[in-house]
Structure formats: C-alpha cells, structure tokens
Design a protein around this ligand. Structure first.
Ligand SMILES: Cc1cc2nc3c(=O)[nH]c(=O)nc-3n(C[C@H](O)[C@H](O)[C@H](O)COP(=O)(O)O)c2cc1C
Length: 206
C-alpha cells in the first residue's frame, strides 16, 4: 500500500437511535475523510444477539453481511456511545459476531480506530472498554489523536444528530488523516493474522 491507495473504511455506530450523535459523527466522517478514503456505514440494528446455537446452524443473513463488510474493508471506524461507562450492548454484540470470522480479512490484524460522542467524559470510558475488547479480536487499533466529543453544552449536533461544530470537525478530519496513514503503514494485515493465530496456538499449548 502507498499513500495513493484507495482505502475502503467500514463505519459502525454503536447507537441504534435515529438521531444518534455517534451515527452523526460517522456521517460527518464520510464528508471529512481524506479524498482517498471512502467510508461505508454498516447498520447493526438487525443483528440478532450472539447465540452459539444460531451460529452452529449457519450465520443469519445480517451476520454474514457484517462479516463480509469487515472482510472487504481496509479498516474499521467504530463510533461508540457511552452507556454506564461502557460501550453499547449492540456494538459489543456486533463485535462478538464479527470476531467469530477466522478468515482472511477478518478483525484479526484489521486496522481499526474508535471515536465517540456522549456526555461529559466524551465517551472516554466506553472507548477504553472497547479498546480492550478489540485487543482480543486482534484488531490493530489507532488510539491517537482521538475523538472524544462532549455532545452537550454547547450542543455540537443538531436535532437530527448531524455534527455542526467546526472545532469537532477539525478534530475528526485530523483523526481520519492519521487513520489513513495508519492503514497504509500496516502493509500486510494478512501476515499479522497468520502470526497472531500461530501465537494463539503456541500459548494455549495446543
Ligand atoms: C442506558 C444509558 C446509559 C448511559 N450512560 C452514560 C454514561 O455512563 N456516561 C455518559 O457520558 N453518558 C451516558 N449516557 C448518555 C449517552 O451518552 C447519550 O444518551 C448519548 O447521546 C448516546 O449516544 P447517541 O446520541 O449516539 O445515541 C447514557 C445513556 C443511556 C441510554
């Protein structure tokens, strides 16, 4: 990959509500991303709860769609709300499903980053929790520069949940610029996946 490569980024919002600030952040990201980055948003609303019995029968359509969207992407941009100091159950559930894909291009070795908008802590605690979860999936998460948006006072989103604050747009633009470089630097995520899987086998003594 070089600095001209077209980058396909998958955006996933952890909030299901229509006027969500986090979904608004992703829409803003689509506009503010560097020219070579294309962000497609995947809606997790129709995913069932993870259930090993359902999985054993074969992935439901929405789950298969999520896995292939992750596989087809060069990186994943997670926008998380903060619910009781953690990420949303809906987003954790989506990641649990996606983490069950062991194929090439799965979350293992996938460049990822987290942004979020919420209350006074700007989703910092939810982002920390999500970072731990993504660590176990093998995603290679970019933490800096970071986008932790205090959505209220002053209101940084309009009634539809669209981002209206120019300083926040600058922050997001900068984060996406860095994410493009991050993805480009991780030249062979597939190699990382193979290495990480071997490491898993070695450490579990199988
Ligand atoms: C169940 C629940 C728990 C929440 N817990 C927190 C919290 O721990 N910290 C916080 O800053 N905001 C909390 N909030 C407020 C959310 O951050 C706020 O509703 C935010 O707008 C949700 O994101 P969204 O606009 O993308 O839906 C909570 C909201 C809900 C519904």
């Amino acid at each position: 990959m070089n600095n001209d490569t077209h980058l396909r980024v998958l955006g996933i919002s952890g909030s299901l509500r229509k006027s969500s600030f986090n979904s608004g952040l992703l829409r803003a990201a689509q506009e503010l991303a560097p020219e070579r980055m294309e962000i497609t948003i995947f809606d997790i609303k129709t995913l069932p709860f993870y259930d090993g019995d359902v999985e054993a029968q074969g992935d439901p359509g929405s789950v298969a769609a999520l896995k292939s969207a992750v596989r087809d992407s060069d990186g994943v941009l997670f926008a998380t709300p903060e619910y009781n100091w953690g990420t949303s159950g809906a987003l954790k559930n989506a990641i649990d499903w996606a983490s069950r894909d062991q194929g090439q291009g799965s979350l293992m070795g996938k460049p990822a980053t987290i942004i979020g908008a919420g209350g006074r802590a700007g989703t910092a605690r939810a982002q920390m929790q999500l970072l731990e979860t993504l660590g176990e999936t093998g995603s290679v998460v970019m933490v800096k520069p970071g986008v932790m948006v205090q959505a209220f006072s002053p209101m940084r989103f309009d009634a539809d949940g669209s981002l209206i604050d120019e300083d926040t747009k600058d922050l997001l633009r900068r984060h996406l610029d860095e994410f493009a470089k991050w993805i480009t630097r991780l030249v062979q995520p597939g190699d990382f996946a193979r290495y990480a899987c071997e490491m898993d086998v070695e450490t579990s003594g199988v």
